[in-house]
Design a protein around this ligand. Structure first.
Ligand code: NDP
Ligand code: GUE
Length: 297
């Protein structure tokens, strides 16, 4: 167990504290309260936990929280009508539609209906394009949280070998863009990658965003590598209670890595902290107010 444990929970609390300070100042100086709307369609138990945590932490940061829980059978037209209302609502500065959506809803269509200025997830095609071309964008929360942890640990990432396992639009691809933006040499691995252990062994930085419990093993790692475990997998243990595990086999990875994020308490809390930071940033941009410093790329 040689690796330093990266305390995402503590780092996220610091980020939320900075958000709360800036929100308090904004309110005192302008009377404006940043507002976040979260839309949940259907009843996914895991999503409900996140939605509840988001709502609670939004209020704790001094922001307004608007929760919209829609029936699993909600039509696309009704969901689009809600998004149009939220787009037009001046009290709402950030809109998050919890993914995945039920199968009858076209998530690309729904996400691209969000006003890009309110797209605090950074999933709208125009934010994706801005990020990919190095322009000011709304940056996806999970990759942003991972980048903050890496910059805090290493200072400059320039020239480091980074391997991102996973190529989803919500984690893998934007993570690779951010690492490229910080001048890493980036490899994106996925389910068709040949000899994944050999690819991972090159990496100074490993980002695991696969959705397969404990897949990455310690003997895949270059000794001293930094491991960022994005995976959130619920596994049933004998007691009948759920246990959360990441995409990395923590015990074997911690023996070889230089630093590693735990699950829970690693990337997850950073995702929510960055969501609050993005909501504040969106609010400041919408109102011509100075943005908080150091809370986006
Ligand atoms: N901590 C947090 O805040 C968050 C955590 N998560 C968690 O992160 C994980 C990934 O999420 P997400 O990106 O949405 O997942 P997706 O299922 O959308 O993407 C998974 C990716 O992993 C790749 N993959 C699957 N199996 C393998 C394999 N055997 N070897 C190599 N690559 C493989 C897939 O490849 P291919 O494209 O070829 O199919 C795909 O690109 C999940 O556990 C999720 O719960 C997600 C969001 C936020
Ligand atoms: N539009 C959209 N944006 C998202 O950002 C988004 C999404 N949809 N769908 C689902 C995934 C998953 N996700 C997490 C957020 C917080 C924790 C988190 O706080 N995790 C805690 C533990 C939470 C627990 O105990 O369940 C931790 O890792 O310590 C985890 C996962 C955001 N996602």
């Amino acid at each position: 167990m040689g690796a330093a444990v990266i305390d995402g929970k503590a780092f996220a609390a610091k980020v939320r504290g900075r958000v709360a300070d800036h929100v308090a100042r904004l309110k005192a100086e302008t009377g404006i309260t940043p507002g976040l709307a979260v839309v949940l369609v259907g009843e996914d138990p895991a999503s409900e936990v996140y939605v509840r945590n988001k709502g609670k932490q939004t209020l704790e940061a001094g922001m307004a929280s608007f929760e919209h829980k829609l029936d699993a059978t909600t039509s696309e037209a009704d969901l689009l009508a809600l998004i149009a209302r939220l787009n037009a609502d001046p009290a709402v500065h950030g809109i998050l539609v919890q993914l995945p959506l039920p199968g009858h809803l076209d998530s690309d269509l729904v996400i691209n209906a969000i006003d890009p200025a309110k797209d605090v997830d950074g999933f709208h095609i125009s934010n994706v394009g801005l990020l990919g071309t190095g322009q000011k964008a709304m940056v996806p929360c999970t990759p942003l949280g991972c980048l903050m942890l890496l910059r805090d640990l290493h200072g400059s990432l320039s020239g480091m070998e980074a391997v991102v396992i996973g190529r989803s639009n919500i984690v893998g691809k934007p993570m690779a863009q951010l690492l490229l933006g910080d001048s890493c040499t980036v490899t994106i691995a996925h389910s068709r990658t040949r000899d994944l252990p050999a690819v991972v062994r090159r990496a100074d930085i490993v980002i695991a965003a696969v959705g397969r419990p404990e897949m990455v093993k310690g003997d895949w790692l270059k000794p001293g590598a930094t491991v960022i475990d994005v995976g959130i997998n619920r596994t049933r243990v004998e007691s009948g209670k759920d246990r959360l595990v990441g995409d990395c086999d923590y015990a074997s990875c911690a023996e070889v890595a230089g630093a590693i994020t735990p699950v829970p308490g690693g990337v997850g809390p950073m995702t929510i902290a960055c969501l609050l930071a993005n909501t504040l940033t969106a609010c400041c941009r919408a109102n011509g107010q100075p943005e908080p410093e150091g809370l986006t790329v």
